[in-house]
Design a protein. Sequence first.
Length: 212
Amino acid sequence: MTDTPPDYATTAAVAGLARELEGLRRTVDTTTAVSRRVEDLAAVVADLAVAVEQLTATPTVAPPVCWLDLAADEAEAFAVLSKLTVWLGGIYLAYSDAVLPDCWAWHPDLIEELLWLSQAWQTAYAGPRASISLVADWHDRQRPNVARRIKQTAGACSIENHQTPACPLGVPLADAVDAIAAWWATHRTQPPPVPTADQLAAAAARPTKGRR
């Protein structure tokens, strides 16, 4: 007589199924963990790519403003001087050795000095390459030298000195350039051209200091 298998699972069969389920669970857990790690790694790589792009990108920096070469635009000139005036009151004059005569706005060369100094300050403190080394250079070298030059060139000037017209801006004896250029290009081993009578008269009429 043949034995009939029982209708219920044996202990060994249940144990074997349990082992199979455990193996499947571990496989799934491992796959999930790997997937999460890949996602994390992808996020890290993306962050690094952004950081590298920011570090290597050329910052967009506006060119320096030159007062002596400013376009003939009244609105632009007013904007430049207004911004500079605010900076002078808030930053430049905060230093005890700062020199600024009352007639500073009548001196184009002083405006140019102060304008580039203000732009250097902005670059050092708030520009795309702002750094403590730029700040230190501004304090140790740039600002003191500008203050010294202003004191030497216009420190004793006053608003009263500008009541009479100053000598107009211009290069002395610019009409001599053609003759000098021709001499230098073709006969520089010979004596230079002799100044004309008109050039001598113009030089004599010109103030010793070409402009205030």
